[in-house]
Design a protein around this ligand. Structure first.
Ligand code: PMP
Length: 385
């Protein structure tokens, strides 16, 4: 006897908003098309070629010649968990440079793997200077430093150029979150001596969430080969490297990789190769500069004080006194069908988070946001009088 009856699925009406939060962004039309391609099994020739294309695309994306590049099945957190759990065990110390929620998440992940953790902070409207980080590296002597490149909770971008060298001088690896910066903000893994990096597809790559590219340097690879701990089976990079044929000598089944995600990632990387990294960086900068200039027409303030610290993909603004962040977001959705977000983690109740990235990084989208925000500021003022 069945004790549970089949559910009735009601198709509710859904008006898709323009996605201008800190992610996900809208999808490239080619990505939507790619996701409906035939399902291919993990162990067939056609799939191997797609995986090979993706590895080349990821090397381009991160600007690395490392062989140890692949994509984790799962959203950005899978990448975070993979780099931490593969590189650090209970005998290791992770130094976390904290300025937003992602560093808090890294702390939560590292603790679960028994890593010893030390957190160093700056106020949420700032980024780190290298003197601060170097003095912590000297004092703590960690196995690795974790830092977020673009922080979507605060809207800041951290300078990384030269940080890898400093970490290596102190025998620490450099681990970087590039989820909301990759393809929008310059990032050069090899040149900047980054040891492990992860990203996700749903931001400036304009893909769906669910697959997370990662890459490891030769130093990181050496650490993985000589480690004494075991990461979770699903995240075990040496096993995944066999499935992804990172060393050109094996195609060994590890788990069934989702083919719609694989097709989508390939299409995202193909879009980027067509546009080129330089042009994509330039487009995101140009649109952000335009948006940041026009934002100054409104009675709002930037959360991030220094213009050079402002992230091009996510802008955080402080509303004038008397406005409620959640009401503002609701009004933008209801009256303008634009989805923006209120604060997250340290910015809850302190800022709006407005995302312009990927396919949405255009002057038209930036102008639509300014119009929507202008009318929302007026509309909410009236309703509260
Ligand atoms: N890092 C950053 C900078 C992010 O913006 C996000 C997602 N908003 C994550 C990590 C986590 O990614 P996901 O939600 O895809 O797991």
């Amino acid at each position: 006897m069945l004790s549970v009856s089949p559910p009735e699925f009601v198709d509710r009406e859904f008006t898709k908003p323009l996605l201008c939060g800190p992610g996900p962004a809208d999808l490239w039309p080619s990505v939507i098309e790619a996701m409906s391609k035939p399902s291919v099994t993990t162990m067939c020739e056609e799939f191997y070629h797609v995986l090979d294309d993706i590895r080349l695309g990821i090397q381009y994306l991160f600007q690395t010649r490392s062989k140890l590049v692949l994509a984790m099945s799962g959203s950005g957190h899978a990448g975070m968990e993979a780099i931490i759990s593969n590189l650090l065990g209970p005998d290791d110390t992770l130094l976390i440079a904290a300025r937003g929620i992602w560093d808090e998440r890294a702390l939560g992940v590292a603790k679960r793997y028994g890593n010893f953790t030390i957190v160093t902070e700056v106020p949420i409207s700032n980024t780190f200077d290298f003197e601060h980080l170097e003095s912590m590296l000297k004092k703590v002597k960690p196995t690795a430093l974790f830092i977020t490149h673009g922080d979507s909770s605060t809207g800041s971008v951290q300078n990384l150029e030269g940080l890898g060298k400093i970490c290596h001088k102190h025998r620490a690896l450099l681990l970087v979150d590039t989820v909301v910066s990759i393809a929008a903000v310059p990032f050069l893994m090899d040149e900047w001596e980054v040891d492990a990096v992860y990203t996700s597809t749903q931001k400036a790559l304009s893909g769906p969430p669910g697959i997370s590219p990662v890459a490891f340097s030769a130093r990181a690879e050496h650490k993985i080969k000589n480690r004494k701990h075991e990461p979770p089976f699903y995240f075990d990079i040496p096993l995944l490297a066999l499935q992804w044929n990172c060393y050109g000598n094996s195609r060994k089944y590890h788990h069934t990789i989702s083919s719609p995600m694989i097709w989508a990632l390939r299409a995202c990387l193909q879009e980027l190769a067509k546009e080129t990294l330089q042009k994509s960086w330039e487009r995101h900068t140009r649109v952000a500069n335009h948006f940041h200039k026009r934002i100054q027409e409104l009675p709002v303030k930037f959360l991030i004080t220094k213009p050079e610290d402002r992230l091009s993909t996510v802008t955080t603004v402080v509303l004038p006194p008397g406005y409620d962040y959640l009401q503002f977001v609701k009004y933008m959705r209801e009256k303008h069908n634009i989805l923006i977000f209120a604060g997250l983690g340290p910015t809850v109740g302190k800022a709006l988070r407005i995302g312009i990235m990927g396919v949405n990084s255009t002057i038209e989208v930036a102008d639509a946001l300014i119009e929507g925000m202008t009318s929302t500021l007026k509309g909410l003022k009236k309703s509260s009088l």
